[in-house]
Write a protein that binds this ligand. Sequence first.
Ligand SMILES: *Cc1c(COP(=O)(O)O)cnc(C)c1O
Length: 385
Amino acid sequence: MLRYGRHHLDEADVAAVLEVLRSEWLTTGPKVEEFELAFGRATGSREAVAVSSGTAALHAALQALGVGPGDEVIVPAMTFAATASSVLYQGAQPVFADVEPETLLLGPAEAEARITPSTKVVLAVDYAGQPCDYEGLGALAESRGLALVADACHALGATDGLRPVGSLAELSAFSLHPVKAMTAGEGGVVTTDSEELASKMRRFRNHGINSDFRQRDAGASWRYDVEELGYNYRFTDFQSALAVSQLKKLPGFVARRREIARRYDEAFEGMDGLLRPLGSRPGATHAYHLYVVRLDLKRLSTGRTSVFKALRAEGIGVNVHYIPVHLHPLYVKRLGTGAGLCPVAEAAYEEILTLPIFPAMEDSDAEDVIRAVSKVLRAFSRKTA
Ligand SMILES: *Cc1c(COP(=O)(O)O)cnc(C)c1O
């Protein structure tokens, strides 16, 4: 089965981890700093704070902004559940916004429609790997006194014009999970230009303590202060070594994803509109964490489920990203959300399929996907008179 995404490690990655395993520091040592500096440079940000997961990165970002009980955070319905969970962790309320019909990204109009006097943050998601319209969202946030945070877990390596993702919002969160653009096994990063927010997040990832073990060790002191409640969201030195090694290959990884996407785009143009790729934003480059297609269900004699099953039977590990978050029982029970709240996301959900895309995919794998998609959709296509 050709999976929809997977990591790509080489011997240099393995050697980098082994070196740390044989060294003095396993966690919060020199490698974490080295990775943070390199990641900040790669994303055009003054600060990068490494944490234990993308979800922890989102949580740290919201905590740094002072989000708490009584606050609302606007979140698009079309995203992974963790985007909204991070809001609940802080005791605040996620408010689900609909998405733009072609890109399935949160746009300024959709965000504006959800603003109330309690709104504190707009948390946009770079769905599939395209950066949102941060200029438009930023102008809205500024005029309404809100903070703008990017869940950029899909978009590491993408740009908007000349500006890299990571530098487009006040805070941007990334994931280093194996299906993402690069990996450290698990891990996350928040980028920002604010030194103040960065040092707040460095305390938050270490129990709210105002110095780390290595600093106290160097200063021959046991003294530290817990200033506010923190978590253990630390990133280890051996993960950092892997991340530093992977980061060097990121541009190549993204280029390969884009190459596969171009192949798919070209092949699917010849399929009479039975399916179409997501719309792309002019001026932005796409990191293609996901290659999402939309089926034209009116032209098919069956629903998405049968297409999904038929492709799986062909050995193509298709997937669906995502069930709109407001339809999950947690939110239905807790916030009373449900069908009808975000009609564009709900309609898109019925039509979307994620096809395999990852840098280690061979051209022949891509050809297999194209052949299987074409075979299955033609078999299910409604005969027109
Ligand atoms: C992967 C992902 C996350 C969470 O990242 P983890 O590292 O798995 O915690 C959050 N948001 C989005 C959109 C993601 O794709």
